[in-house]
Write a protein that binds this ligand. Sequence first.
Ligand code: NDP
Length: 246
Amino acid sequence: MTAIDGKVVAITGASSGIGEATARLLAGRGAAVVLGARRTQRLDELARDIRDRGGQALTCATDVTRRADLDRLVGRAVAEFGRLDVLVGNAGIAKIGPVADLDVDGWSSMIDVNLRGVLNGIAAALPVFRRQGHGHLVTTVSTSGLKIVPTQAIYAATKNAVRTLLEGLRQESTDGVLRTTAISPGVVRTELVDSIDDVQVREQIRRDMNAFAIDPEAVARVIAFAIEQPHDVEIGEVVIRPTVQG
Ligand code: NDP
């Protein structure tokens, strides 16, 4: 038995990278996981693999930019497992590049996925958490919001908007029902680099990833650490980065 055993956890962006690693780790420690993303084939393969190892996993096609999809994801957890203990709002994209390139569509996509996606998750999960009397909201923000660097201004802005949002929500939720956790990873070896359209920036990030990125399992362990604390203990913010990252 672990403190994660029996918890019901919904994860957005579960089809690869940090979300997938988190699903595997939590399911391995006894959580029932509900996996959301758009690439349903990847989700189905992951769920099958988790079940083959004796875990509990369900999938739910989820585009976080759509409010109704988040309602369905949360509803699926409640319908199948009776409640939702944790929502990991992890889906994200990085359409990074210089602001002067005026990639307005890329900016909008990042706002829609990275910020509105988290808001849609909150709108779906908060009423359930309040009804249950407990709930935990975990999000994946970024060190790019802590050390602001060229080409990442809008991406960092979406991540810092979420950081601000969670702190505000925390201040409004001191009755003990809700825990909030914002995790800021540095460079992590995932498919995120593929969502970068600017070729030069993409290749630079790919070089960094190849040179010193940490594995997504490291972030998953932090998420597990936040979840496994007793309910009166809230891990508010964690920064996790490669030891050599500047
Ligand atoms: P991946 O690209 O491997 O994973 C991103 C996940 O987000 C995928 O599962 C993808 O699934 C999902 N996603 C993207 N758009 C949507 C959407 N509209 N609706 C639902 N799901 C969506 O990258 P990471 O694992 O690295 O990214 C996870 C989070 O970590 C992101 O929020 C990212 O910003 C953050 N992060 C990553 C860092 C890194 O260095 N890798 C550093 C700091 C933060 P699908 O395409 O199937 O929908």
